[in-house]
Design a protein around this ligand. Sequence first.
Ligand code: UDP
Length: 420
Amino acid sequence: MNAGKRIALISVHGDPAIEIGKEEAGGQNVYVRQVGEALARQGWQVDMFTRKTNPTQSSIVQHSPNCRTIRLVAGSETFIPRDQLFEYLPTFVDQLRQFQRDNQIQYSLVHTNYWLSAWVGMELKKHQPLKQIHTYHSLGAIKYQSVSEIPAIAATRLEVEKTCLETADCIVATSPQEQEHMRQFVSSQGKIEIIPCGTDIDRFGSVSSSEARLRLGIPKSSLVVLYVGRFDQRKGIETLVKAIGKSIFPGLADIRLIIVGGSRSGQSDGIERERIEGIVDELGLREFTTFPGQVDHDELPNYYAAANLCVVPSHYEPFGLVAIEAMASGTPVVASDVGGLKFTVADEKTGLLCPPQDEESFKEAIDRILSRPTWQKKLGKAARQRVETMFSWNGVAQQLSDLYESLNEEALEELTLISA
Ligand code: UDP
């Protein structure tokens, strides 16, 4: 193993080894895990650091010979919402450095994820020579435009995000829209490269629609509209449910709305699910709607393939993995015309884009696609092609690997200069 090809991926609150689809476990966890595993296949030695949230969790999870998740104890070993994690970060940094000392490991590269890890990366940089690459996953400056209550941590977050953009060796924006937002709302300084998120094109797209429907017990004649994602008000599930309530199809055809995603009773995702169920009942949609709960990536390809279309009604989405998973499965996407979705979904070619929270517009888009099966198939085919060309994990990991290699060369040159 080339000792120079070693990287630490840091994801304080997004455990890459955890079950996806629950509160605070979503795209970032998938991103870090997939990037880590794909990099390991390309010859990198990958250590992914996260915070331990339960005493029963293993401290080290080996995913493949060169890729592992390392859980550090920082604060109590329980779930702590991300807005309350900042005070535990100095301990996280200490624990990471201790792990390095115990195992005699040096990282010349760290790729940090989300602003909490950005801070960790910047701290590490004070103690050791390393290059920091950062992916935001969400920008405070955008998020705080759409929330009614600004948390106490907001000022710290905005400051960290600005400093990170100005000082990291490279920022990875996952879409041109995210890059624009960084320039517009965060800082005009700093180096940014656009490298999108990816998806497993062998997994998503591996099953035909008829086979998937057989497996899920859905008749061939049903019209299936799918949502996949966390229960969070900003995901806009309400808009989808109301659009289905207005659609011409309930009563005309056997329409089925499937809402996939995990929730825990009494937690914020459980409360949102109850709210959504309340709207479903109010609109008389209960008999058309199912909530299968959290579904893992082995099972999800069946849901995407069985669907006539997948709806991503988020108020904002920095990238939106669900859209490309559906597209890879040959399923058109109706999505909000925001953030990364503007980049992944080609309007009128692989699906349709609608103004966020505009249930009338979502209703029209859903009805247009459901009423034209030939067009639906054409959109689905083009969607699959778009993902194959632009968003496969291996392609994405190759682009990241090239970026790391170039920064690694710089780092090694600098080290040589220092020791000369
Ligand atoms: N997901 C899953 N099972 C579920 C719900 C969601 O595996 O029951 C996955 C989904 O397939 C996707 C991720 O969670 O890979 C959500 O990522 P996205 O970027 O769409 O949204 P985020 O959660 O980051 O806001």
